[in-house]
Design a protein around this ligand. Structure first.
Ligand code: ADP
Length: 313
């Protein structure tokens, strides 16, 4: 109650799948703007808070203080028992808006390197703290007034410190979903987020989703065709996963050279990093820590300074 009185709710900023988002400001300092995210109550969880909401909260609190993760200022419940999260206000939209606005927004390899650096540091920090984000996509990468990109929407995030826990396989928006989840793996790791990071990397380069499957079957088909067919040779144990099915025509895993023609704008080192994020076998996929040590960051061009990054027009 005391927390609620600290903020004044303003106009609606947007609507998501499980929340409405409002502009707000601090009662004591009307110039300090915040976003108030009001989580929709789900009927089946009338007795308590929806698990999604509780998870979002728990993880955001644990991850407080990283420049590339959205800041959670406060939490309160309103009279209808809805959960309200008071978040950092990020007014410059998200990466999806920039990627899609081909007519007005131009960007190059240094800009992609800066955005990818921010995303990789955010994911590294999550994993270092035993949190999986599980829904990394351009639309969940919000942009701060100073150009900093911030990972948001922790609604699906959960800790992975409990190794015996069977996790649900139906997470991550389809286009960014890794093959292990499409095949129904129940024990997965930070590698699921790395695949999504690779999909964002590819999309930043070509400015359209790289693997835009309309169904899960189509999604697997696209992975097989453009990356390679998962088999026991390139991924020991894959055929044992409960939903394993691949097209009968097997495509060998494409090498770095094959990706150069479409993704060469980030240079040979950039393509090397991209290919490592897209390893079919999650055990062979690069980790966030290894990504940060990759030679691409040191190669030319240098990452653009955040204040010089392109903005929405
Ligand atoms: P979704 O991920 O489906 O877009 P969200 O509930 O996260 O749903 O957000 C809904 C909309 O509210 C966003 O598309 C965006 O326009 C706006 N929004 C969300 N968070 C913020 C924020 N921290 N600052 C400013 N606008 C926000």
């Amino acid at each position: 109650e005391l927390e609620k009185r600290k903020y004044v709710k303003g106009r609606k900023l947007g609507e998501g799948t499980y929340a409405n988002v409002y502009l707000g400001h601090s009662r004591s300092d009307p110039s300090s703007l915040v976003a108030i995210k009001k989580i929709k109550v789900q009927a089946q969880y009338n007795d308590g808070l929806a698990p999604d909401a509780v998870r979002e909260l728990k993880h955001l609190q644990e991850l407080r203080g990283h420049p590339n993760i959205i800041q959670l200022f406060s939490v309160f419940s309103s009279k209808d028992q809805n959960l309200n999260l008071v978040l950092e206000y990020l007014p410059l939209g998200d990466l999806e808006m920039l990627i899609k606005d081909v007519d007005h927004v131009r960007y190059g390899a240094g800009d992609i390197k800066a955005w990818m650096g921010m995303l990789t540091r955010a994911v590294w920090f999550c994993h270092e703290n035993y949190v999986l984000h599980r829904d990394i996509k351009p639309n969940n990468l919000l942009i701060a007034a100073d150009g900093e990109v911030k990972l948001a929407d922790f609604g699906l995030a959960r800790g992975f410190s409990d190794p015996g826990w069977r996790m649900t396989a139906t997470v991550i928006t389809r286009w960014y979903r890794p093959p292990e989840l499409l095949f129904g793996a129940r024990h997965y790791s930070g590698a699921v987020d790395i695949w999504s990071v690779g999909m964002v990397f590819a999309e930043l380069i070509i400015r359209t989703a790289y693997l835009p499957g309309n169904t899960e079957v189509e999604q697997i088909g696209l992975i097989c065709k453009r990356i390679g067919t998962p088999t026991e040779d390139n991924w020991p144990g894959v055929t044992q996963l409960s939903q394993y099915t691949v097209p009968s025509e097997i495509t060998p895993v494409w090498g770095k050279e094959a990706f150069m023609s479409r993704f060469g704008a980030v240079g040979s080192e950039g393509v090397d990093l991209l290919v490592r994020t897209l390893a079919l076998d999650p055990k062979r996929r690069i980790t966030a820590r290894e990504m940060l040590e990759h030679k691409w960051w040191k190669a030319e061009p240098k990452p653009t300074r955040k204040e010089d990054l392109p903005r929405k027009s």
